[in-house]
Design a protein around this ligand. Sequence first.
Ligand code: COA
Length: 158
Amino acid sequence: MKAIYPGTFDPITLGHMDLIKRALNIFDQIIIAVAENKIKHPCFSLKERVNLIKEVFADDKRIDVIGFNGLLANLVRQQNCNVVLRGLRVISDFEHEFQLTNVNRALNPEMETVFLTPDEHFASVSSKIIREIASLGGDVTQFVHPKVEKALKKKFAI
Ligand code: COA
């Protein structure tokens, strides 16, 4: 059974990776679907985000990485995969996720969303916080894969 894990991943964090590791105990294959998400004005381009995740999971054949710029409800149909994976870090995530799930269900009634919680060490981590730390020259090694750290250093020319 496969699941789609959508997100902006600007950039992917160890929190996301922890969630994926847990999901692989349940699903045989995970499709990481990177949303273009122009509303968020991502720091890394869609191509950069997709390539970075491909590099990070290069040795794991259970992971596919794709980019998309339409509705998640349509992507799910195109990929012939009705299960979407999302993470819940803290209680405040729930309200937003509840709304997303209900809207997605209205757009595509076949779709089901499965929630997992990452390790509590990553409960306060977000891509935005990591970008901020990296842009100010801080150490992000405990939050991101070394390849992501390298990409952040290059992006912010540290
Ligand atoms: N570890 C670390 N950080 C995590 C995390 C985890 N396990 N889980 C979530 N996060 C972070 C993300 O990095 C992100 O941080 P940021 O805001 O600093 O970038 C934040 O928590 C979650 O942001 P959110 O906006 O809820 O989700 P997202 O950006 O990851 O993805 C999409 C949102 C892509 C799923 C959603 O916008 C989408 O489906 N877009 C497609 C268009 C569409 O269908 N729209 C209608 C949907 S109703």
